[in-house]
Design a protein around this ligand. Sequence first.
Ligand code: NAD
Ligand code: USQ
Length: 385
Amino acid sequence: MKILVLGGDGYLGWPTALHLSGQGHEVAVADNFARRGYDNELGVESLVPIEPLQTRIAVWKELTGQQIGCYIGDLTDAMFAYRIITEFAPDAVVHFAEQRAAPYSMIDRSHAVYTQQNNVIGNLNLLFAIAEINPEIHLVKLGTMGEYGTPNIDIEEGWLEIEHNGRTDKMLYPKRPGSFYHLSKVHDSHNIEFACRIWNLRATDLNQGVVYGQQTPETARDERLATRFDYDAVFGTVLNRFVIQAVIGHPLTVYGTGGQTRGMIDIRDTVRCIQLACENPADRGEFRVFNQITEWMSVQQIAEAIKSASPEDVHIDYLPNPRVELAEHYYNVTHTKLIELGLQPHLLSDTLIDSLFEITKRYAHRVRPEALLPTVNWRTPTATP
Ligand code: NAD
Ligand code: USQ
């Protein structure tokens, strides 16, 4: 298949492009390097050094003979969106290209507006480009488990059968997200469902949980193929941050009591899920939703798992929670559709945490410790950190 990976320079987009290419698909990536720009703005860098996109592509060609196409541009520029769909003529488009940090979207007005403009308009441009140029294209869109929030009922895969006053219907599952970033994903999901309904497009919305890990079999082939690994309080995600904190002897930063529970997934399963979604497309007119997680854990359980895996003594700090989220809540998620397609999950208990510690140790000298503590507060917007 011809697969276009939008956001192909990012943490997940790059390993996905390699995985799809390694599986024999013809792949092109597109990116505007916004993510590298946020690093410059925040004064941090990926813990693991990353090569320029063009170098990574050349290394992959050198090792495998496979050429990955490359488009540099911004999805919010409609002409760019139309050009890449026309020129590459993909069968499937995997859309990772959004601002993805909840704290970044909560810094202040301009970061909230930027996040929603970038994400919602980029996605809309893409929907129009697909509808006008080739509505057969399957859109595989990265959503997030955070779209649902933490309701006091079971979370289904995108849709809910409802009975009300004696009548029944199948509705989009109600959403109650916890940041302007997560809200942008809800807006995207609604726009995609609408486009499937009115234009007969085909789409899979992957409501993914928090990703952990840094290597896939493809990125591990050469250090110049490494993907990014973020540790700062804005872009670093919980499990990756805890590993890095454990390695440099910093207390693990549990927000609040650590009773909040989140769906999790290993980066090796992320790339496989994308492959499965692309190779088993949605039908025309179908808005399909998969919950892309393999297990769920409370933040306290994650901290305990990292503490017990660490060869060094690890201290856990309970910080006042800078976010507004439920401290303790019900959490039960249906996530069977990707398993039915063939996903064989890597669980945290049998995962290679040791190798994550190993990679982290190699680059620990690159950590800026002051970037580890949260500065963005949900209740009071602050100036740019
Ligand atoms: P990332 O920031 O590392 O990668 C996103 C890439 O998209 C970056 O390279 C960025 O430069 C590019 N991009 C952003 N806006 C763009 C635009 N307007 N035009 C072109 N390129 C643009 O993020 P990631 O961690 O790889 O996440 C990828 C996707 O997966 C995101 O949509 C995110 O919401 C979703 N997701 C991530 C996680 C996670 O834990 N990392 C979990 C669930 C869902
Ligand atoms: N947390 C801590 N300590 C930390 C960092 C986080 O206790 O040092 C807590 C947060 O309060 C939150 C949970 O850990 O309850 C998860 O936070 P996170 O920063 O790891 O993840 P989140 O902000 O939800 O965002 C990440 C990705 C985002 C993706 C989302 C999936 O950045 O792109 O959409 O995970 S989900 O959480 O399922 O919505």
